[in-house]
Design a binder for this molecule. Structure first.
Ligand code: NDP
Length: 331
């Protein structure tokens, strides 16, 4: 069974590669350059090239970007689409964010419809951002909720990211392709780094606070938590692979979250698991910004259908910190 995975060089995608190979899938990933592709293959020295290879897709926002990548012999059975920008240094919201996110997603769906008739399902990395309604939180967040941001609001920098994740469902409704889709909607993803990083500056957005903490940036003041929900990257990666393995996952969104957290709880956990970092941490009695009143969450669909058993916060934090230390990039 053969899978195309887009954005192979990413933080989440690197874990997906590992799980696809463990579960026996033949995997082809896309990357933006030959160098990036080779580096990933070097991480899997014992995997034969029929099992793991790459194709280059330079920019997912270009028309026809995926037309060649989706063709393959033997042909693909499934596609996992993770390639999308995830950062907050947006200069031009349309060019930097909405185009790659929306055109990238509709572009790959169009290419599959036109050139890859054997594909049965496309799993797309979406986000809690496509669920959250920050102006008016519901009592309980689950897959039933949709972020109500409009295109005009999306042009405002802070909203760009939240608006960019619904295009796939509209495509399926309007185009009625042969495949179905499923989306994985995680909140903040933490976890060990298994992809290539040449410097800690290049760390993916969601792990930046872990890097900042070990560099001592939490010592004077713990930064605001932002979204109080997290999930472990290994659970997110497994959810993607289960979403192709489990028939009833088709046509569904999956809110994959392990639960609530705050930056203060990261500090408390690190204090217990990594005592060598004590001098980098703020005082024990520093207050937490976790609100006294917060919405509830319902992640039961991901447990029941995808069989995800979420890792504990302590394991996630400890493994993330250890992984950053092992990168030997920490000054
Ligand atoms: P990374 O930044 O580590 O990975 C992003 C991937 O997308 C990289 O492979 C990157 O390639 C590729 N990419 C970005 N823009 C383009 C483009 N224009 N053309 C081609 N490839 C592109 O992020 P994550 O692994 O954290 O995120 C992956 C997905 O998960 C994204 O869709 C993101 O929105 C979503 N997500 C992530 C969350 C998190 O907390 N991490 C939370 C919720 C959703 P390159 O390496 O060459 O730059």
């Amino acid at each position: 069974v053969k899978v195309l995975l887009t954005g192979g060089s990413g933080f989440i995608a690197a874990h997906i590669v590992d799980i696809l190979l463990q579960h026996g899938f033949d995997t082809v990933f896309t990357v933006r350059s030959d160098d990036k592709g080779k580096r990933i293959l070097e991480n899997h020295p014992n995997t034969p090239k029929e099992k793991l290879s790459y194709v280059i897709v330079k920019d997912v926002a270009q028309d026809g970007a995926f037309d060649e990548a989706v063709k393959s012999n033997p042909p693909f059975d499934y596609v996992l689409h993770t390639a999308s920008p995830f950062h907050f240094n947006v200069q031009d919201p349309v060019k930097d964010f909405l185009d790659p996110a929306i055109k990238g997603t509709t572009g790959i769906l169009k290419a599959i419809k036109a050139h890859a008739p054997t594909v049965k399902r496309v799993v797309i990395t979406s986000s809690f951002a496509a669920i959250v309604n920050p102006k008016q939180h519901p009592k309980v967040y689950s897959e039933k909720e949709w972020n109500p941001v409009t295109w005009e609001e999306a042009l405002d920098h802070s909203n760009v990211y939240r608006a960019s994740k619904k295009a796939a469902w509209d495509f399926v409704e309007n185009e009625k392709p042969n495949f179905d889709i499923a989306t994985i909607n995680p909140p903040l993803v933490f976890g060990p780094i298994v992809h290539y990083l040449n410097s800690l500056e290049a760390i993916n957005t969601s792990n930046q606070r872990m890097r900042n903490l070990i560099q001592g940036q939490f010592k004077e003041q713990i930064p605001p938590t932002g979204t109080f929900l997290y999930v472990d990257v290994r659970d997110v990666a497994l959810a993607h692979v289960r979403a192709i393995e489990v028939a009833e996952a088709g046509g569904k969104r999956f809110f994959v979250t392990a639960g609530f957290f705050s930056n203060k709880e990261i500090v408390d956990t690190v204090r217990k698991t990594h005592s060598e970092l004590e001098s980098k941490l703020p005082p024990k009695d520093t207050p937490s910004d976790f609100p006294s009143d917060i919405y509830e969450i319902d992640n039961s669909r991901s447990k029941e259908i995808l069989g995800i058993k979420y890792r504990s916060f302590a394991d996630t934090v400890a493994d993330t910190i250890s992984s950053l230390q092992e990168l030997k990039l920490v000054p």
